[in-house]
Design a protein around this ligand. Sequence first.
Ligand code: PAF
Length: 272
Amino acid sequence: MRAKAEDLRRDGKKIAVVPTMGALHEGHLALVRHARARADVVILTIFVNPTQFGPKEDLSRYPRDEEGDLVKARPAGIDLAFCPSAEAMYPPGAQTFVEVRELQKPLCGASRPGHFAGVASVVTKLFHITKPHLAVFGEKDYQQLAIIRRMTRDLDFGIEIQGVPIVREADGLALSSRNAYLSPEQRLAALSLSKGLAAAEAAYKGGERDAKALVAAARAPLAAEPLARIDYVELRDADELSELERADQKAVLAIAAFVGTTRLIDNRVLGG
Ligand code: PAF
């Protein structure tokens, strides 16, 4: 892959990379289409990265369907797919990690220790291997995108990072590979995340700026849903992810909740 990327760069091609863990859905295909419209060569990476899963998380049962993924990705516009093994990515003795110190602490970082070090490190490796000019990520993983942007800037990777808006089902559920774990009843319960965000956004549009009130509006549908268990509902500064008492500046309202054993996330940017 490295040699191919070097050849492409030597030929003056603009390379875009779309890093994924596979189990592709329309949200991923939107990333591929975004990349396709902006680069000469689109590289899709598929790698279920073990270092971003905690010991009690779903690494072994994470949905894997490489062949099916490629069938979906080709018509969306990929030129190359890079699907390495865990052994190739992490040779024995691998011990170097990239950490974005402050941005990795709150939200998902608080409930998933080590997760963002795993993400930042594997994305660094994927960048080094695919040598892109442009990299495309989904805005559903809001904190991940903030971390990757900061890492890319801080470490002078010279890669343009672009985010693509969340793709939702008609009823509002944010697309996620983990939705595949949900039973029909759980899927209905999972709508409480997007309902919470819609309620908070309605309050915001009505002039509410108090963080506690916005968070309370977002929590209500989740709290009323017996199959959902809130991990966090928080209003944070959109760039620094610092705590806010009021949404007077651009802010992100972020939710993580378990539906059964499946942990789902969703977010809405307010203002800005
Ligand atoms: O968002 C994902 O699918 C993963 O976290 C990523 C960015 C591909 C790193 O493994």
